[in-house]
Design a protein around this ligand. Sequence first.
Ligand code: PRP
Length: 215
Amino acid sequence: MSRPIRIALTKGRLEEKTVAMLESLGYDCSAVRNKGRKLILPIGDGSVECVLAKAADVVTYVENGVCDLGVVGKDTIMEMGGTYYEVLDLGFGRCRFALAGLAGQPFFGGYGTKRIASKYVNVATAYFEKKNMDVDVVKIEGSVELAPVLGLADAIVDIVETGTTLKENGLAVIEDIAQVSARLIVNVASMKLRREPIQALIDACERAVKAGGTV
Ligand code: PRP
């Protein structure tokens, strides 16, 4: 017998929202809710199983076909690229990419190459290339807001959700870059070889999004 349909979920905030969405569709997710330290869990009757992974790894597993589907933020998709189908905007995990700097300090204009800190080096690079602006991008792994405050960078490209982290650290948005939300992605071969159950799952998720139950 072939293995169950495998869906990779981004651990943390998106995991919780995805599980709530699947439950709203009638899938029994009690194994995921009581997962302990397990990373592969059955959903419903076991014909679907979910894999809990970090965002970038969700893309890697789906791209390589060891998972058929994945739920991951558009931020990770924009940063990593790759070959897979992005089939649905799930509507939750909404935030945005923004350029931000020290509040009250002008960013554009002046001479000298600006230094930009970001966890999303590719997104930052593409954004400034589009502007025809030559910048140095420095990779920071987290709490990127520190970089301009400590004087390492002139600005950051980062995720802004409520804006609280920026505000509490004396930073402000200079420009919005792109809207971000959770997306459903599908492996290219799985979409052909296991079309029926995968399409059924996509359709069900689409119904949940339309019903507004996922936001
Ligand atoms: C994200 C992001 C910001 C913060 C924005 O960080 O990088 O730091 O959330 O949220 P807010 O606008 O609601 O304040 P995350 O919590 O994922 O941790 P990290 O900084 O370690 O990446």
